[in-house]
Design a protein around this ligand. Structure first.
Ligand code: MRU
Length: 337
């Protein structure tokens, strides 16, 4: 399993996911600006992974300031955290991890900056380790909804590349396969950036899980003509009422699943739940620009500057979701976390 982010002694690396599956390239991250750029251009992506990345980016960004006074160190921390927080607006794990890092620093503010920094490094590693454990628990909890023989459908990428560990929805699928269930998965390619085709298909190949790649517009036909036992996918932000933001196309799949009476499950750590947002209409949806739709891998597939939009996520209303699988168990409608 490839780790999206790792430390080698005190050096921080990420794997550039924009190049996968054809090229495996690790990049050393020297400071917060390099991490902010990596998050923005999706070199590291997936809600849990960008939370882990933001915490680690804050640590490397603060390294040059460990000899400053503690108040100076803290004010630099706020500045860097803000830069990282502005990279992507939808996945709450990003701001969740940064808030957690700020709280730790504030609780240690009377100590020398070098000690605060050590504590922050420790916390960034904790956030990563906890995510590994949450993935493991989500993968276990999800087994309750996967029959012994199952034909599943998933969207985007929710595996090891998108998290600190085994993955969320994909962790459930891979665990089902590894524990002897007879699993087959339809994988949506996930336009415009093809996380399904490039990343999920690649991870399932590595794990020897039987799957079939489909383009996004085939999902209705597949649900109508083959028996799909469940749709299972991830989340970027879950409002207090269970409305769920996830990769663009998720809402359409939920409507289709509802029409075809296919159970529709979301899998996510509780760090993806935003208790401060009452419902999905308050979730900010990242707009990435029409270029992503007019081009594939930098090659034009549409006339010049023809109008195009690229909302990166959509919101699925809670009543279309059969269950939300977290490390704390499976929540069902009406959602109370
Ligand atoms: O734009 P991305 O690739 O960061 O979007 C990722 C998704 O939408 C995932 O489904 C979600 O973050 C869950 S990852 C476990």
């Amino acid at each position: 399993m490839i780790k999206p982010l790792f430390w080698e002694k005190d050096r921080l690396f990420i794997v550039d996911q924009t190049l996968l599956p054809t090229i495996y390239q690790r990049i050393e991250i020297h400071n917060h600006l390099e991490m902010a750029d990596a998050i923005k251009r999706l070199a590291i992506r997936g809600a849990p992974a960008i939370g882990i990345a933001a915490a680690a980016g804050l640590v490397v960004g603060l390294k040059p300031y460990i000899h400053c006074s503690s108040p100076e160190f803290l004010s630099k921390l706020y500045e860097i955290a803000e830069i990282l927080n502005r990279t992507r607006p939808t996945a709450v794990n990003l701001s969740w991890a940064l808030k957690r890092m700020k709280r730790v620093a504030e609780s240690e503010k009377h100590k020398p900056a070098s000690e605060i920094w050590e504590r922050l490094l420790h916390e960034a590693v904790n956030i990563h380790t906890e995510d590994i454990n949450m993935c493991r628990q989500i993968s276990q909890n999800g087994q309750n909804i996967i029959p012994e023989k199952a034909n599943l459908l998933t969207h985007c990428n929710t595996g090891g590349l998108a998290t600190g560990g085994l993955g969320t929805a994909l962790g459930i699928i891979i665990t089902a396969h590894q524990t002897g269930k007879n699993i087959h998965v339809y994988v949506d390619e996930t336009r415009p950036l093809l996380q399904g085709a490039r990343l999920t298909a690649w991870e399932l190949t590595e794990e020897h899980v039987p799957f079939t790649l489909i383009s996004d517009n085939m999902a209705a036909y597949i649900m109508a003509t083959r028996k799909i036992d469940a749709v299972i996918l991830g989340a970027d932000r879950i409002a207090a009422n269970g409305d769920t933001a996830n990769k663009i196309g998720t809402y359409g799949l939920a409507v289709l699943a509802n029409y075809h009476k296919v159970p529709f499950y979301v899998a996510a750590p509780t760090s993806t739940i935003d208790p401060n947002i009452a419902s999905g209409d308050q979730i900010v949806i990242e707009e990435r620009g029409g270029g992503e739709v007019r081009e594939v891998f930098g090659k034009p597939i549409a006339p010049g500057n023809c109008p195009a939009v690229s909302p990166a996520f959509d919101v699925t209303p809670n009543h279309l979701i059969s269950g939300i699988i977290t490390e704390k168990g499976i929540f069902r409608h009406p959602y109370r976390f």
